[in-house]
Write a protein of this length. Structure first.
Ligand code: SER
Length: 621
């Protein structure tokens, strides 16, 4: 283990430098909010924005890629508070798109971890796991042999089932495969691992820091695993965990992208991080949740707290942080002060959070104030409920173990308690909550069912079905048409696609008139009737701009971008790039080949989202 401290800045740079020496192009972090993927609310891994390329689209930057990606995993929300689980984290990743495979991936992982020239971690404290094999795929002897050839002893190689050593879409279709994971000895009780210890038989003492996935299968709708033509590598290393072990810290909250936040919480509360188990846990939850909420609100597709989709997660994170702040004794608004610290830490790495600082601070403070108005009363209401249960038990001898759906809904609706917060409070009192009853009560009041949103929290890959692809192409037509009808200011602010509809947010100061809506539909349907072909070209970023291609241009550091054109054949577009087109947009794909297949385009709703932003929902009939 190296003796000097290594900072987050140095680690990010080392990782990217290392993979540059292995011929990788460096990509910027994509947005935390996936653009055209109905199956997830957030970007959960670096591979996520790369799914089209993992299943065969050509990536303009080549077949070896690496980056540092902002990730949010809401599935880990309940585990937050322990040593190493986080809802926002930075993932260091490298990818082979049908280029190198197991041998290079594993050798480079080992070189980066163990070579004194790079991280210089003590080989005696490293262990790995590989896939044990099952009916779908064989035991990964190949990876095990590569590890052994590098000098990893037999007893440090664990063979584990799909649950541990397989990565891909949970219960969905798409690219997936066995993985091999790397672990570092936590060494809580002793400095070096005893002989025979590995992540299989001594799980608690090993911390996973890196995962190399070998995407060699495609899971079909029928649940079959077919061999992929293009064999990919998808790796992900946790920045915070790696920093923790490199610097000999006891938990991820003591690395430099967290510790100043904890210090700020110590200052505000006058308490000590290590005061008691409860204080440590609450401080970790506040730090993690406000860090995550700041990064989501501060994204360039920034999301404000609300009752649906990503906005609901932001609300839940802030409200849970407020409750834990209250447990630490905080009675006044504090979240925006912590958000400022988060922005100070990340502002020069993810420049958008610095740019969007005002929005973050305003939204954070507004959400906290809104919740503070009711939280005290809500907690009293909750205590009354629990007291009532006790009285009922004394009277009848019947123990009440469950908070009814109606009661949980009242806490939600009247006092702003997210269901999960009521569940957490219930658990602290050895009670459960009738979630089905809550959902029934909820559905009666709201158009969107929480169950629908819940499915998206599970994570996984996009289902690139035919219908999603059609809606994706329709979204390009819509943006181009809105700019024709309303003017060039009508640029995309957000997009979301399901199998049933598209949703598109765009800059527009006032409500669209009935005439403008009809004109938009008519233009799109006329284009569909002409059955324009869709083609794409790779070009330098500057050229795409020159040609007037629309797009977020978040890939501006990439040398080449992919530009989709509707209205010209590939040949024609190449021969005369300025020739008349219907739409030209920077995009990764996928899209239909001819728009005649889209059917009839219909706008079903046009509404306000926030000041200056309108939302269209449209269907293809
Ligand atoms: N996608 C894999 C993971 O998230 C490797 O990056 O672990």
């Amino acid at each position: 283990m190296s003796t000097s401290m290594i900072s987050s800045k140095e680690l990010r740079q080392k990782y990217l430098d290392f993979f540059k020496t292995k011929g990788h192009e460096i990509l910027p972090s994509a947005s935390l909010i996936p653009e055209n993927d109905p199956t997830v609310l957030f970007t959960t891994a670096g591979m996520h924005p790369l799914v089209p390329f993992l299943i065969g689209e050509k990536h303009p930057a080549g077949s070896r890629l690496a980056n540092v990606q902002k990730c949010v995993r809401t599935g880990d929300i309940d585990e937050t508070g322990d040593l190493s689980h986080l809802t926002f984290f930075e993932m260091l990743g490298n990818w082979s798109l049908g280029d190198y495979f197991k041998k290079e991936a594993i050798e480079w992982s080992w070189e980066f971890l163990a070579s004194p020239k790079w991280l210089g971690l003590d080989k005696k404290k490293l262990a790995v796991s590989v896939f044990a094999g099952d009916k779908d795929a064989p035991k990964d002897e190949e990876s095990a042999a590569i590890w052994k050839s590098l000098g990893v002893p037999d007893d440090r190689i664990a063979y584990l089932p799909k649950k541990n050593n397989w990565w891909g879409p949970a219960g969905q279709t798409g690219p997936c495969g066995p993985d091999t994971e790397m672990f570092y000895w936590k060494g809580l009780a002793q400095e070096f691992p005893p002989a025979g210890s590995n992540p299989e038989n001594d799980e608690d003492n090993w911390l996973e820091i890196w995962n190399d996935v070998f995407m060699q299968y495609n899971k079909t709708k029928e649940g079959k695993f077919e061999s992929l033509k293009q064999k990919n590598v998808d790796t992900g290393m946790g920045l915070e965990r790696t920093l923790m072990v490199l610097n000999g810290k006891a938990d991820v909250f003591q690395v430099d992208t967290f510790w100043p936040i904890i210090q700020k919480i110590q200052d505000i509360t006058g308490r000590e991080y290590i005061e008691s188990k409860e204080v440590t846990r609450s401080m970790r939850i506040v730090a993690d949740h406000i860090r995550t909420a700041t990064m989501i609100i501060g994204d360039d597709r920034g999301i404000a707290p609300s009752n649906v989709d990503q906005g609901y997660i932001v609300r839940r994170l802030i409200r849970r942080a407020v409750r834990h702040g209250r447990l630490l004794g905080l009675k006044e608004n504090f979240t925006s002060h912590i958000a400022e610290e988060v922005i100070r830490i990340f502002g020069d790495i993810y420049k958008e959070v610095a740019r969007n600082k005002k929005f973050v601070i305003t939204e954070m403070a507004a959400e906290e104030t809104k919740f503070r108005d009711t939280v005290e009363q809500g907690l009293k209401e909750f205590e009354k409920l629990v007291a009532g249960f006790k009285i009922a038990f004394e009277k009848t001898g019947q123990a009440v173990k469950e908070i009814s759906g109606k009661q949980a809904f009242k806490l939600y609706d009247t006092y702003g308690f997210p269901l999960e917060m009521t569940q957490e409070l219930a658990a602290e009192n050895n009670l459960t909550v009738d979630v089905t009853g809550f959902n029934d009560a909820f559905k009666k009041h709201q158009e969107l069912s929480r169950a629908g949103a819940e499915q998206k929290f599970a994570g996984g890959l996009a289902d690139h079905s035919e219908m999603s692809t059609k809606y994706h192409t329709a979204t390009h037509l819509l943006q181009a048409t809105l700019q024709k009808v309303l003017g060039p200011h009508a640029i995309q602010r957000g997009s979301n696609i399901t199998q049933e509809r598209l949703r598109f947010d765009f800059t527009q100061p006032q409500k669209m008139t009935a005439e403008e809506i009809k004109q938009t539909e008519d233009l799109i349907n006329a284009a569909i009737k002409k059955d324009y072909p869709v083609s794409w070209q790779e070009m330098p970023f500057e050229k795409a701009k020159e040609l007037g291609a629309i797009g977020l241009f978040e890939d501006k550091y990439q040398s080449l971008v992919k530009v989709y054109t509707v209205g010209d054949t590939k040949q024609k577009a190449e021969a005369d790039p300025k020739s008349a087109t219907y739409s030209r947009e920077v995009c990764g794909g996928p899209h239909v080949e001819h728009i005649g297949t889209l059917g009839k385009f219909k706008i079903v709703k046009e509404e306000a989202v926030s000041a200056g932003v309108r939302r269209i929902k449209a269907i293809l009939e």
